[in-house]
Design a protein around this ligand. Structure first.
Ligand code: HEC
Length: 139
């Protein structure tokens, strides 16, 4: 019986641990966003303490032709936000400057790619508050 119990505990440990080990290695952009960005950023309007991601993604798509350029700019901005670099300087006036994020480069890149992919052509500039809620999540 004692042995049986310890086998149960052991296998519980193993199955309890393995998913977190796997996800630590392969964090998706969405997970990195939830952990590090969602305190301030909502994905869709209305905003929390920062502009929502979907309209930001629209701006990036307007400003940059390729995903590579957009993602490079995003990664640079996340490391050292500043007014000259900002794609939407009005957002700084409204929300204040975003603090620099201390994350591994690989994670910054993954989350930047995720932000870029949140673009939904049906949303236009996404200025209409609350517009398009529930849409755009199905890619
Ligand atoms: C402490 C709050 C906070 C956190 C955490 C935060 N942001 Fe921001 N973010 C802001 C604010 C405020 C702005 C608007 C002012 C600005 O552009 O600096 C902003 C702006 C941005 C912009 C627009 C940049 C531009 O080019 O103008 C992007 C993209 C962005 N955030 C992505 C992210 C991502 C991705 C994360 C997580 C990895 C994140 N933010 C974490 C507050 C935050």
């Amino acid at each position: 019986m004692k042995k049986f119990m310890s086998v149960c505990i052991l296998s519980g440990l193993v199955s309890g641990f393995s998913p977190s080990i796997i996800s630590a290695k392969t964090l998706s952009g969405q997970e990195i966003f939830t952990r590090n960005c969602s305190v301030c950023h909502s994905v869709m309007p209305p905003p929390k303490n920062a502009p929502p991601i979907t309209p930001l993604a629209s701006r990036y798509h307007q400003r940059f032709k390729t995903k590579k350029e957009g993602v490079n700019h995003l990664v640079t901005y996340l490391k050292s936000p500043n007014k000259d670099n900002a794609i939407d300087p009005q957002a700084i006036t409204r929300f204040g400057l975003m603090p620099a994020l201390v994350l591994p480069d690989a994670e910054l890149r993954t989350v930047a790619e995720w932000v870029w992919d949140q673009y939904n052509p049906n949303m236009g500039m996404g200025r209409g508050m609350g517009m398009g809620r529930g849409r755009g999540m199905n890619q």
